[in-house]
Every structure is written in C-alpha cells, then in structure tokens.
Write a protein that binds this ligand. Structure first.
Ligand code: GDP
Length: 196
C-alpha cells in the first residue's frame, strides 16, 4: 500500500461511531508520549496526521485515517495519561477490549513503546486484550535513536524473549520516528494485515 496517500477522515468518540465495519483496518495504541503520533507521521510520511491526533479534544477520541477507500489506520487514544479523568479511563477500559473483540475489519494492533520503558502494565493489558480477541499485535520499540546500536539490540532481544513467554506470536522491531528507522519493516507488517 502507498501509506503516503493516507488522509484524515474523522474523529469518533466511541467505536460505535466509526465508519462501517468493512474492508480492513489496523489500530495504533500506546502509552501517551511513547510517540504514537510521530510513528503515524513517519509511516505515512505526513506531518499533518500527527498534528490532527494532537488537536485538543481529539486526543481522547478515535481518529480514522483512510489509506484507500477500503483500508484504514485507526489511532486509538493514548493511555497512561495521568491527567485523564478517572471516569474517562474507566470508559476506555471497557470500550477498548470490546472494540478489539467485535470489530470484524480489524486485522491487527500496532503497539508503540518507548524502547527505554517497554512493556508497562498498560502495554501488557493491551496485549492481553489482543490475545483474548485472537488479534495479532506488532510492537514498535520507538525512540531507538536514543540508544546506541548494542543496547538497542539487547533491548529488542529482551522484549522478544519476554513476548515469547507471555504473549507468543507477538512480533517486535526497532523503530525511530526521527531518524527515521524501521519504517519499511513496519509498513510490511501493515501490508500483511491490510493488503493480504
Ligand atoms: P504520543 O503522545 O504517543 O503521540 O507521542 P508524540 O508523537 O507526541 O511524541 C512524544 C515525544 O517524543 C515528542 O517530544 C517527540 O518529538 C518525541 N519522539 C517521538 N518519536 C521519537 C523518536 O523516534 N525519537 C526521539 N528521539 N524522539 C521521539
């Protein structure tokens, strides 16, 4: 797919307001500040998308980015944001697993983590929901540019080993939105899900 053709369609406060459950979509999730907006930006080669995700009022919504008429990227609300009201957090605790389980066009979840703080409790929660839903997950260890090559490789191996034990089948790669690095590998994974 040509991810540079990605554009913004809409923000939905709830999964019920998403476009019709047809075609194929890949969802993006991650702890706030892990670099989800920057990763979407790098993958689509479009600065505009990240800015939309950051618009006040849209950060706690689901942003829909069609790549084509039948293939979409779905930007889920960032989690672990301390300032988010408890009621809103509770809302997403209920809403996200239901979306992951019931959305038929959903092919996989891309989970963005800061390579220096991988696999937080919230990340594990997300992976557990994917496992329960039988949904494949792919992890981007973002900000890999913050580590030297050796430590980055070690972090990758460590996460890979943990995943093999706790969430078998989950794939992981190094990524950097700023270099950029790992973009082609991530696009190939998206292609597996969206173009397959
Ligand atoms: P989000 O809250 O997950 O959408 O995170 P953002 O995309 O807004 O990124 C959070 C911060 O991390 C920003 O200051 C970005 O510039 C920075 N950032 C994001 N990706 C990278 C990366 O790959 N490398 C580095 N060094 N900084 C990054």
């Amino acid at each position: 797919l040509d991810y540079r053709s990605t554009r913004f369609l809409m923000s939905a406060p709830n999964p019920e307001q998403l476009p019709p459950d047809e075609g194929a979509e890949a969802a993006f999730a991650g702890r706030s500040n892990a670099g989800k907006s920057s990763a979407l930006n790098a993958l689509t080669d479009q600065r505009q998308l990240a800015r939309i995700s950051k618009t006040p009022g849209r950060t706690q919504q689901i942003n829909v980015f069609p790549v084509t008429d039948h293939q979409r990227l779905i930007d889920l609300p960032g989690y672990g944001y301390a300032k988010a009201p408890a009621a809103l957090r509770a809302h997403w605790q209920q809403t996200l697993p239901r979306y992951l389980e019931t959305r038929r066009s959903l092919r996989g979840l891309v989970l963005i983590m800061d390579i220096r703080h991988p696999l937080t409790d919230s990340d594990r929660q997300m992976l557990a929901w994917c496992a329960a839903a039988g949904l494949p997950a792919h992890i981007l260890l973002n900000k890999a540019d913050k580590l030297r090559r050796g430590p980055a490789g070690n972090a990758l191996q460590k996460v890979r080993a943990t995943l093999a034990r706790e969430f078998p089948g989950t794939s992981v790669q190094l990524f950097s939105s700023t270099v950029p690095m790992g973009v082609d590998e991530a696009r190939a994974r998206l292609d597996d899900w969206l173009a397959g």
